[in-house]
Design a protein around this ligand. Structure first.
Ligand code: ADP
Ligand code: AMP
Length: 220
């Protein structure tokens, strides 16, 4: 299966991607995660990407596309993948289509996670990432209703940190970038006849179930 998740920053793409990819036994490929790993590793790609990421801007298409091309050519992605955070512009979507066609493949489904802007801001302002296992969680939503903030990872006990680009000013800019550059993908994929929108509010497990209900027909 070849699947893309689209939706604004904070829609829950990363959260859902890990569960869906596990259910379908396909690799989850997150361009944001790959860029962040390069930033932490101090690679040339990381140094370049950081200049854009810190401002909440998109990394240029040619850089992002070259990175994704290399990743999709790896053995584990040849039989299927779940893309999280790519494509993010119409030129990226067009190149992805051409790239897959070269290999005799195509996307099966694009899942749009639908969440309103107020909810996205609430989610991003409390998003934390585990320094040890990389999972995302939320400082308030995962407090079990106690209202206290959580500072260690609920999965592995590692220390949680806030992404630099989740600071309020940057979040606002990232949402504008989404509206201008990424939202047009919704009509792009609707025209391709492969777009399905799901309500991405409510408990994480229920959203995974809604996504799986759309994806199961393709697994038969
Ligand atoms: P994206 O990858 O789309 O930017 P994330 O998966 O990182 O979004 O989720 C953003 C924040 O919202 C995280 O703090 C995550 O824990 C939280 N979150 C994800 N799904 C839900 C949900 N269904 N309800 C409440 N919070 C959620
Ligand atoms: P994410 O983790 O998906 O929120 O991505 C974090 C940041 O990485 C974005 O704000 C961009 O700066 C960069 N990035 C991730 N994916 C892409 C992409 N497909 N195109 C351009 N920039 C990207």
């Amino acid at each position: 299966m070849r699947i893309v998740l689209v939706g604004p920053p904070g829609a829950g793409k990363g959260t859902q991607a890990q569960f869906i990819a596990t259910h379908l036994s396909i690799p989850k490929i997150s361009t944001g995660d790959i860029f962040r790993a390069n930033v932490s590793g101090g690679t040339e790609l990381g140094l370049l990407a950081k200049q854009y990421m810190d401002k909440g801007d998109l990394v240029p298409d040619e850089v992002t596309i070259a990175m994704v091309r290399d990743r999709l050519a790896e053995e584990d992605a040849r039989k299927g993948f779940l893309l999280d955070g790519f494509p993010r512009t119409v030129p990226q979507a067009e190149t992805l289509k051409e790239m897959l066609a070269e290999w005799g493949d195509k996307l099966d489904l694009v899942l749009e996670l639908i969440v309103d802007e107020d909810e996205v801001v609430r989610r991003l302002s409390g998003r934390r990432t585990c320094a040890q296992c990389g999972r995302v969680s939320h400082v308030v939503f995962e407090s079990g209703g106690s209202g206290k903030t959580v500072d260690v990872c609920g999965y592995c006990g590692g220390q949680l940190f806030q992404r630099d680009d989740d600071k309020e000013e940057t979040v606002r800019h990232r949402l504008e970038v989404y509206t201008e550059q990424t939202a047009p993908l919704v009509s792009f994929y609707a025209n391709e006849g492969i777009l399905v929108g799901i309500d991405a509010t409510g408990p994480v497990e229920e959203i995974t179930e809604r996504a799986m209900a759309e994806l199961r027909p393709f697994t038969k």
